[in-house]
Ligand binder design. Sequence first.
Ligand code: ZN
Ligand code: ZN
Length: 360
Amino acid sequence: MQEKMLAAMYYGPKDVRVEEVPVPEMEDDGILIKIGAATTCGTDVKMYVRGYPELPVLPMPYGHECAGIAAKVGPKSTGIKEGDRVVSGIAAPCGRCFFCKRDQPIFCIDRTYLIPGGAMAGGAYAEYIAIPGIVAKNNVHLIPDNLSFAEAAMIEPLACALYGIEDLPEIRIGDSVVIVGDGAIAQFFLRLAKLRGAFVVLTGSHSDRLVKAKDFGADVVINRHDVEDQTQAVKDALGGFYPDVVIESTGIPQVWELCVNMVRRAGTVLLFGGCKSGTTVAFDTRKIHYDCLTIKSPSVYLQTPDLLKRCLYLFSSGEIKGRELISGTFPLKETVKAVESHMNRKGLKFEVIPPSFWKE
Ligand SMILES: [Zn+2]
Ligand SMILES: [Zn+2]
């Protein structure tokens, strides 16, 4: 077993270095995963561009979506065998705190992340990642044979969207759902809304992503650059009616405002994209109150075993074609290029492959 490995380390905004670091230590009841692929994510881009609240000591291991092979299983670990293809949740709930006890483990205030002592997830852009015992015990999953490592890695963002859509029991078969945004999470929302039987309009600004949305089953796609007024364009697409549900998936304050103004009377808005800390929005109180709006804004701190298990099903059943979201492949040493490609909207998501899985 090698002692050193290649890993992308985050030193601060615009400063990520791929360097030799020790292979992380594994707990007696933990698992050491040899990473087969990692995938880029909007959160990595946010961290890269502007930093992130509550970061642990820097430099810290970077990236949080990965999957691979169980290379070493601790003597006290049960369930997973060495050689199994596995994907791990980025954290595990404690089971003891206020939120865990009231059955809301997503908000657990004593989560165990993959970085020892870390306040957040990291370490996916590397050759190995150590899964702490508590996570190994309840949030490591076998990967179905028909899924690649990159597809399995994407259960993390898909679980966020799945949690979001399940916060919308309002959606009935045939209801109109507008998704504002065209990134990977927006495309997940599109598929999930279709599975709920909705008529889906997706608005975005990148023609290649809108083509993808059409392939994924959007009933109507709208390029905001092609229309003068997005709300009017949505209304026209819905035969003169405002939408029943609007899902915001951009993380831009003005878009939050747009979404609230777009929904029908007594409709529901899901403000899903996290905006930069300290930003504010202005809503018309009359619209919110007298139009009886429901506004929800869930944030997913950890993906529970139940969510991740169902996301593996969504990919392996083909209900969501994960591989369609991968726009390119980079070797681990070019992690920065992969994240910058994501940042520059050169595609939806990019996979990053460690040397032992890299094929020229
Ligand atoms: Zn992610
Ligand atoms: Zn807890």
